[in-house]
Design a protein around this ligand. Structure first.
Ligand SMILES: *Cc1c(COP(=O)(O)O)cnc(C)c1O
Length: 364
């Protein structure tokens, strides 16, 4: 028998000091059947807790059984018919991907481009078309580290449905789906929620549900059928697909942990860690990429200094400090670093470790 390699790095960290350890530990619990009453109770609680982190009362709030990208697919295939106009705000990679997904769903895509590193301009997005079916925007652009004002877009959306990507904002920064006028929202588990990747927390308002595409091209992501999956359908709970039981139990544990700490306390913890990191990077003489005032605390983008080999620095951080930072996205792959302080890593000591390691590796 071969022994698996021992890796000291853990995305969410081992041990009792890890406030998000419950979610990881839950993956190792004995499996419940997907129709076991205990599992159904856990599913109900998970949907209720998701309403809290989304800031919504939408009855149709559930974890889709696939990653955040499937949430994006579900948002578009259920709201746009071929020929419908989708106005998409683009200020990074995930906005670009929205255009691709909307186009494949048959929408006439009106793309409103912004410079990467800047927030979206709600006035310009709202003025892009007189009567779009949907307006879509990314709340927290993970490719650039920028937060956009979704509430402002919600006030300007008119009759359009507002679709929002909250993959990197949920559980990390303020998110109030109902107050902000979000009609359809999707998220992911592996960013600030601190749970393994694999589910897409999803919410759709009654108003958007009533206007949905009756028979979308995707059977699996048809929200009209998924009501029964979580027990919210007209016919009660019906079989749609087998719930990924371990993942849902893990998400449940992760959400319980966040809500026991307190959602606003969790936001404040992310804010503090991000501020420490961003102040410290500037004290080291590094330049931040995202526009001031719109910087995400959970995802910091910083320019690679002239003459520095981006990949070599990342490799050294990984091997000497067990510390993984990301390369830039798209055109900024070699010129920007992306540093995540999400979930369990949104702590002052993690921010200070990044700063000390970078100071060492960059000889500053
Ligand atoms: C990570 C991410 C996604 C995609 O989520 P997956 O779980 O990788 O499919 C979509 N949008 C944003 C903003 C993201 O950060």
């Amino acid at each position: 028998m071969t022994t698996p390699p021992v890796v000291e790095r853990h995305l969410f960290g081992p041990g009792p000091s890890n406030p998000y350890a419950e979610a990881t530990a839950a993956l190792g619990l004995p499996l419940l059947g997907h129709l076991d009453p205990e599992f159904l109770r856990i599913m109900d609680e998970t949907c209720a807790d998701l309403r809290t982190v989304w800031g919504t009362a939408n009855p149709r709030t559930l974890p889709l059984s696939a990653t955040g990208s499937a949430g994006m697919e579900a948002a578009f295939v259920n709201t746009v018919r071929p020929g419908d106009v989708a106005v998409v705000a683009v200020n990074g990679l995930f906005g670009e991907r929205m255009c691709e997904v909307a186009g494949r769903a048959g929408a006439e895509v009106v793309r409103v481009d912004h410079e990467w590193g800047r927030p979206i301009d709600p006035d310009r997005v709202a003025a892009a078309h007189p009567s779009p079916t949907v307006i879509a925007a990314v709340h927290a652009e993970t490719s650039t580290g920028v937060r956009s004002d979704i509430a402002a877009l919600g006030r300007l959306k008119g009759d359009a449905l507002l679709l929002t990507d909250a993959v990197t904002s949920i559980g990390g920064i303020e998110l109030r789906a109902d107050d902000w006028g979000i009609d359809v929202g999707y998220a992911g588990t592996q960013k600030c929620l601190g749970v393994a990747p694999g589910l897409a927390p999803f919410t759709i308002s009654d108003h958007a549900f009533a206007r949905r595409v009756p028979r979308p091209q995707s059977w699996y992501l048809d929200l009209g059928l998924l009501g029964g999956y979580v027990g919210g359908g007209a016919g009660g709970r019906t079989y749609h697909h087998t719930a990924p039981v371990a993942m849902v139990v893990s998400l449940h544990a992760g959400l319980r942990r966040i809500l026991s700490e307190g959602l606003e306390a969790v936001w404040a913890r992310h804010a503090e860690a991000g501020r420490l990191l961003q102040d410290g990077l500037q004290e080291l003489g590094l330049e931040l990429f995202a526009e001031e005032g719109y910087r995400l605390p959970e995802l910091t983008t910083v320019k690679v200094p002239d003459g520095v080999d981006s990949a070599a620095v990342r490799a050294e951080l990984l091997h000497r400090y067990d510390l993984e930072i990301g390369a830039g996205a798209g055109a900024y792959a070699g010129s920007v670093w992306r540093i995540g302080l999400m979930g369990r890593n949104a702590r002052p000591d993690a921010a200070l470790l990044v700063l000390a390691a970078l100071r060492d590796v960059l000889h500053r």
